[in-house]
Design a protein around this ligand. Structure first.
Ligand code: FAD
Length: 261
């Protein structure tokens, strides 16, 4: 039977863009271009490698996000995923990590899965909690933060590297894993891949399709509240140390003054 892999991919604001908060203290996503979270490219890559090693596998990429989030799906499809699911609903505005995990878990269940692969964290929220929350909601094992991952005989295996030691972990499928940026360079989409992606199916689901009430998500259903947010101060001119024989000393004094050393 086909190995069904679902990769959760997030459409995030471009970190090089000028990002702002909206009046309700949510991130103003209309204001800045977005893209597939770089850390989720590693998840897509691992899914592709697992599928290449399997007799028969199908990769579905799943995102929750606004209309433009389809760009993230297209990128993943052009890397080689087979099909995509886009969850979009106005009532999702302001959804927090717990709400996001509810929607992802329901969508993964509806799609059907043996293995869910996520990034280690999104590059905007960077909470790194969603994969564990999704696993808990699905009631399946979670093997998170893997720098190496493989699937054999219904078991997912991987290596988690810590500061002091590396652990070899495994879990029986179905399971949720998350992979780190050490898991292996993500491939670039080929021209053929980009053309093929245009014809791959992208399904759109809303909250009703997933049997989720509006109050369970969005700002209303959020367990976390942003009380205040401050814009990053504008950059000031840096300090220039001119080396006229005392450059090293001046540099050390500057660093000590800033409490860096
Ligand atoms: C429709 C929508 C509207 C939102 N509106 C706002 C808003 O207005 N203001 C605001 O500040 N935040 C908003 N969020 C962001 C939301 O709060 C975060 O997505 C959530 O808190 C998860 O935190 P994280 O991104 O840090 O996840 P992490 O735990 O860091 O993510 C880990 C992994 O989980 C998966 N994942 C996470 N989010 C998604 C996703 N959306 N789709 C697919 N996979 C995912 C990815 O594989 C990712 O690598 C919104 C999210 C959605 C979906």
């Amino acid at each position: 039977m086909s190995l069904r892999i679902v990769v959760t991919v997030k459409y995030v604001p471009d970190a090089t863009g000028d990002r702002h908060f909206a009046d309700d203290l949510t991130v103003d996503r209309d204001d800045v271009d977005g893209l597939l979270s770089e850390l989720d490219e590693y998840a897509v890559e691992q899914a592709l490698q697992i599928a290449e090693d399997a007799d028969d596998a199908e990769i579905t990429v799943l995102t929750i996000g606004p209309e433009d989030a389809k760009d993230a799906l297209r990128k993943a499809l052009s890397m080689g995923a087979d099909k995509a699911i886009h969850v979009e609903d106005d009532d999702l505005h302001g959804t927090d990590a717990i709400g996001t995990s509810l929607v992802l878990a329901k969508a993964v269940e509806k799609a059907g899965y043996d293995l869910v692969i996520s990034g280690m964290a999104s590059t905007d929220g960077t909470m790194g909690v969603v994969p564990a929350l999704v696993a808990e909601r699905l009631g399946v094992p979670q093997v998170t933060l893997l720098s190496e991952v493989s699937v054999e005989d219904g078991v997912v295996k991987g290596r988690r590297d810590g500061d002091a030691a590396s652990e070899q972990l495994e879990a029986s499928l179905p399971a949720v894993v998350s992979v780190t940026d050490q898991s292996g360079e993500a491939r670039y989409p080929s021209f053929k891949g980009i053309m093929a992606a245009k014809k791959k199916p992208v399904e759109s689901w809303d909250l009703e399709d997933l049997d989720i009430e509006a109050e369970e998500v969005g700002l209303e259903g959020a367990y976390t509240v942003v009380d205040s947010a401050t814009e990053r101060p504008a950059r000031t001119a840096g300090t220039i140390v001119k080396d006229e024989g005392e450059g090293g000393k001046q540099l050390a004094e500057f660093l000590a003054g800033q409490k860096f050393i």
